[in-house]
Design a protein around this ligand. Structure first.
Ligand SMILES: *[C@@H]1O[C@H](CO)[C@@H](O)[C@H](O)[C@H]1NC(C)=O
Length: 98
């Protein structure tokens, strides 16, 4: 049941985003998000690529932090726990209050 609901949410997101095309998440554009996607998706997340780390360098990490308990990341197919663990893998520091 939960799976089906998740898919429905994703479908609705896709429809809603269809008009704008570009997804922007905390100053990361959709190219950056796509570059990082294999690293923040279950199962078998991979180490971030240099492309992903570059995108992450330009991202607003305090903003990313504020999404850690949100349903927005899962609806994009992103695992929040993996997303929070990603900046350190690129030698970037998460904000101390995260
Ligand atoms: C980063 O995101 C936080 C929280 O959304 C916001 O308050 C802050 O102004 C942003 N910083 C920059 C540099 O955009």
């Amino acid at each position: 049941m939960a799976m089906a609901t998740g898919k429905l949410v994703v479908l609705m997101m896709v429809i809603m985003l269809e008009g704008t095309r570009a997804i922007s998440l905390c100053d990361m554009n959709d190219d950056g998000i796509e570059a990082c996607r294999p690293s923040v998706t279950q199962p078998n997340p991979v180490d971030p690529t240099p492309l992903c780390c570059d995108a992450l360098k330009g991202a607003n990490l305090s903003c990313l932090c504020s999404y850690k308990n949100s349903m927005w990341l899962p609806s994009l197919g992103i695992d929040p726990a993996l997303a929070m663990a990603l900046p350190p893998k690129c030698n970037l520091d998460m904000p101390p209050d995260c």
